[in-house]
Design a protein around this ligand. Structure first.
Ligand SMILES: [Zn+2]
Length: 172
């Protein structure tokens, strides 16, 4: 499929356009190339919101391949969530942000669901890198994640729970 970009007027493959709404399979009117300056600006603005300089952000991102734990200050026995990522610090941002429209979405992590429901607060959470695995493959990280889940799970991990957990006073 080919589509004409509303900015540069070039005919380009549909894959040269970002999604505006993936669910509805809708794509933007401007091609990726034309949207580059805007995309960069959006990215810098998101980083600026995190409150630390871009150099540090980039450094953290490079560091961060491996497994991590999300902890809640009221749960002393261990992390409440264990995950893996090739960009741990970006993942942290995602976990700790709640959806602004307050609607629970399918791909939200249990942490985000609890935040959205107001059962926990961002300030009560902390994040630790449990194992740094530079240049690891997804499979290696998933294996390590499984080991860590086994090691740390005393019933408090939200990983395998499909519904909002009983922890934090939520009754299913
Ligand atoms: Zn264009």
């Amino acid at each position: 499929m080919v589509k004409v970009c509303s900015k540069c007027g070039k005919r380009k493959s549909i894959f040269d356009y970002d999604f505006s709404n993936k669910k509805l399979n809708k794509r933007r009117a401007e091609c990726k190339e034309c949207r580059k300056p805007q995309s960069r600006k959006n990215h810098s603005e998101r980083i600026a919101k995190l409150g630390y300089p871009k150099e540090i952000h980039d450094k953290l991102n490079k560091l961060g391949s491996g497994c991590y734990g999300v902890y809640h200050k009221s749960v002393k026995i261990g992390p409440i969530y264990i995950g893996e990522s090739d960009k741990i610090y970006a993942r942290k941002t995602r976990h700790f942000s709640k959806w602004e429209d307050g609607i629970i979405k399918k791909d939200q992590s249990p942490i985000q669901i609890l935040l959205t429901l107001g059962k926990i607060k961002k300030e009560e959470l902390f994040f630790k890198v449990l194992k740094q695995m530079p240049n690891s493959t997804k499979k290696e990280r998933l294996d390590e994640e499984e080991k860590l889940i086994e090691k740390w799970n005393k019933g408090q991990l939200l990983n395998k729970q499909k519904k909002p957990p009983l922890l934090f006073g939520i009754v299913n």
